[in-house]
Every structure is written in C-alpha cells, then in structure tokens.
Design a protein around this ligand. Structure first.
Ligand code: HEC
Ligand code: HEC
Length: 352
C-alpha cells in the first residue's frame, strides 16, 4: 500500500471528511459553508480522497444519482451508466465483454462499481486519473456512444438533451448554483454520486473486525488458505481485497493480438498484460471473470489463480506462485469468496 499512499498524498486532493481546501478565515468572510454532508464510508478503512475542486455535497450526489440511472444521457438513449453496473450482477453486467449504446461491442468486461471512489486510477489499465475524467471518457466513448461521429451526438449534445427538463434544471442549480448546464458539472455530479457507491454492509467487514461467526467454518478455512497458504493477499490485500496495483496474471496473453493493459498506457514493457487487481467484494455475483470475461465460474477462476496464473513472458511470478491447493482447500477458498457479498442499499432514483 506504500505506493498508493504516496500517490494519494502527492495528488492535489483533500480528505473527504477533512477540512475544505480554503483556509478557515477566508471561509468566514464568504457565504456560509454548505451544510456538511457525511458520505458513506467503508467501516474502518482509510478516508476517501476527493478532488479539491469537487467537494462532496448532498445536492451533487443526489443529482449524480439521477444522471447515473438515466438512459436519456446516452447517444441513442439506450444505456444509462447503471445499465452495465447493476446490483444483481455485483455492479457489473453479467456479460463477458460489454455492449454499449448503438450496440457497440466493447473489448473488456464491466468491472464492479463497489468503492470506485477509493481508487487512485480508474479502468482495468488505470488510464483515467479521476472519476470526473472517467465520466467524460465513458460518455464520449463506446459505452454511452456520445462520440460526435457518424451523425451521433457528442457529449455536449447528450448533456443538452436533459438540460431542458425541469427536474434537472433544479438539480443542477441546487448543486452548482445558477448558470448553464455544462458537461463538466455533469461529470462532477456523476463522480460525486459514484463516491457514494460504497460497500458498508458485508459479512466480510464483520469478520475482519473480529466477529468470526459472521463467516461459515468453510469460509473461515478459505480465508486462511487465501491469506496464508496461497498468499492471494499479495495482491488482493486489505479491506477492499485489492492493492490497487497492476499485475500480469496471464489472462488473454495467448490471443493473436493480446490486450497489453497497463503496458499500453505506461509504455513500459514490464507492465505488458498487467491489469488492476479487482476487489473481490460481491464477486459471487459479478461473473464472468477477468478483464476479458473469459472465465465463467468462481471455481475455474480459483483453479487458474491458485495454479499460478497463465504462463507468459511478463507473468508476475514474484507475487503469484502455484499454491498446490487440494480440492478441499479450493472449495474452501470458493466458500470464502462467496461470503464477500455486499448488501446493496442504494434506492433507484425517481427521474425527472
Ligand atoms: C456498455 C456498458 C457500460 C456503460 C453504459 C458504462 N460502463 Fe462503466 N465500464 C464498462 C466497462 C467495459 C469498463 C471497463 C473498461 C476498461 O477498463 O477499459 C467500465 C469501467 C468503469 C469504471 C472504472 C472502474 C474501475 O474499477 O476502475 C467506472 C468508474 C465506470 N465504468 C463508470 C461508468 C459511468 C459513470 C458510466 C456512465 C457515464 C458508465 N460507467 C457507463 C462498461 C460500461
Ligand atoms: C499477482 C497478484 C495476484 C495474486 C497473487 C492473486 N490475484 Fe487474483 N487477480 C489479480 C489480477 C491482476 C486480476 C485481474 C486479471 C485480469 O483480468 O487480467 C485478478 C483476478 C481475480 C479474480 C477475478 C475477479 C473478477 O472480478 O474478474 C478472482 C476470483 C481472483 N483473482 C482470485 C484470486 C485468488 C483465489 C488468488 C489466490 C489463489 C489470487 N486471485 C491471487 C491479481 C492477483
């Protein structure tokens, strides 16, 4: 976690629960501060960081909540953000690789949205440094299809479509004050909402805080195998079960033209075929697995990982070694993974 902590400290970010960026005296001279809003947080985890220019407010998160669930913001009005990140599927879409607006075939699997606000870098390859940038990326790309090409609306066009609706006029004004509805504020609101997609209720958190009985005996044994014998925690570490780093475990490397993942972004050969360690929260619901959705079941995923991943030139053999698990041990690891479910308590919003 050291690299992560440094990355966070170095960024121009303020702690979510910490002070506003402006010094105290200055704040007094200006209009009274917005009523403090306490966003949900993973119990016992480090504070989330939010960009200084997009502090959390309830008005913003509420607005983002509506926008995130509204299909009218995609190019052909067929997809909302939520369409590919649904609760029944562990906040993914259940497909091997996602299908965007205009039936666009995407090349990667939709990852879960749990706790995305805690990541210093977004996407399987970490190419997006903030949720605000990520929203504009998703809008202008294949996911939401506001590409501005072949007669399709661009991001401004997609945002303008909902700008005339009374409910949104009110929502934007409450969140950002009077003024035109811009794609930048759209992105800020959706990002603020995503920072509230936080897992607060899971047997895993109870277990980790000392309530052993929150887990079945098989799950308890599975955790021991996962963390001790198989050392899965070399990467799936901490309360969120991810080190938020990139590793090559060999998925899809046997393709004719493999997806180089992190390597294509960092341009460093050692990063070829490396992808962000996914959280394993809600993993029982989020199949098919891996960045290319190539594995259908948890059993197969555990087999693959406990055998040391798939051989290729850049495999991370420092952190991932064959663990030689028995059949019973693998079953226990699966029982452990099935105990990482999260209870989803976010209501569907009423759309304007
Ligand atoms: C068509 C399905 C689809 C739609 C619609 C969609 N997404 Fe995604 N989402 C994906 C896929 C696929 C990825 C992974 C892409 C990659 O890593 O290259 C992803 C990745 C993400 C990530 C990064 C998560 C992480 O762990 O790094 C965030 C955040 C996200 N989406 C939010 C959104 C938002 C906000 C919207 C609406 C503006 C949206 N998504 C619409 C499929 C979709
Ligand atoms: C070297 C770091 C590392 C180690 C050690 C590791 N994993 Fe992973 N794990 C990853 C990465 C990276 C991915 C995503 C790879 C991809 O999609 O290309 C992943 C993906 C997964 C997935 C699929 C999750 C999803 O949402 O698609 C499961 C399940 C999983 N690992 C379980 C395990 C288990 C069980 C162990 C121990 C036997 C383990 N992992 C050890 C890094 C690691």
């Amino acid at each position: 976690m050291t690299r992560l902590t440094t990355a966070l400290a170095a960024g121009a970010l303020v702690a979510l629960t910490g002070c506003a960026p402006a010094p105290q005296q200055e704040a007094k001279k200006e209009a009274p501060a917005a009523p403090s809003y306490k966003a949900p947080a993973v119990p016992g985890f480090t504070d989330m960081t939010v960009p200084a220019d997009n502090p959390m407010t309830k008005a913003k998160a509420d607005l983002g909540h509506m926008l995130y669930y509204d299909k009218r913001v995609s190019g052909d009005e067929s997809k909302s953000c939520y369409s590919c990140h649904v609760k029944e599927k562990g906040l993914t879409d259940g497909l091997p690789t996602a299908v965007g607006a205009y039936s666009a075939k995407l090349t990667r699997a939709a990852p879960t949205m749990w706790n995305v606000g805690y990541y210093p870098a977004l996407y399987w390859d970490g190419r997006s440094p903030s949720l605000e940038k990520q929203v504009l990326g998703a809008m202008g790309g294949g996911n939401m299809g506001c590409t501005g090409k072949d007669g399709k609306p661009d991001v401004d066009g997609c945002v303008a479509r909902i700008a005339g609706l009374e409910g949104y006029k009110k929502g934007f004004e409450a969140a950002f004050g009077p003024g035109p509805i811009t794609k930048e504020n759209f992105a800020k609101a959706v990002a603020a909402f995503m920072r509230t997609i936080v897992a607060t209720d899971s047997a895993w958190f109870k277990f980790r805080s000392g309530d052993t009985a929150a887990f079945s005996e098989a799950a308890q044994r599975g955790w021991k195998v996962f963390s001790e014998k198989a050392k899965c925690t070399n990467c799936h570490d901490g309360l969120l079960l991810t080190d938020m780093q990139f590793h090559n475990v060999g998925i899809g490397m046997d393709a004719a033209k493999p997806d180089l993942g992190r390597g294509a972004i960092s341009k460093e050969e050692k990063d070829n075929g490396a992808f962000k360690t996914p959280t394993l929260l809600d993993v029982a619901k989020s199949g098919p697995y891996f960045h290319n959705g190539s594995v259908k079941t948890l059993e197969e995923a555990v087999d693959l990982m406990s055998n040391g991943g798939k051989k290729n030139k850049w495999l991370d053999t420092t952190n991932l070694k064959p663990a030689n698990l028995t059949k019973a041990e693998k079953a226990d690891v699966v029982a452990f993974l099935k105990s990482l479910d999260v209870n989803y308590t976010i209501p569907d919003p009423t759309l304007p």
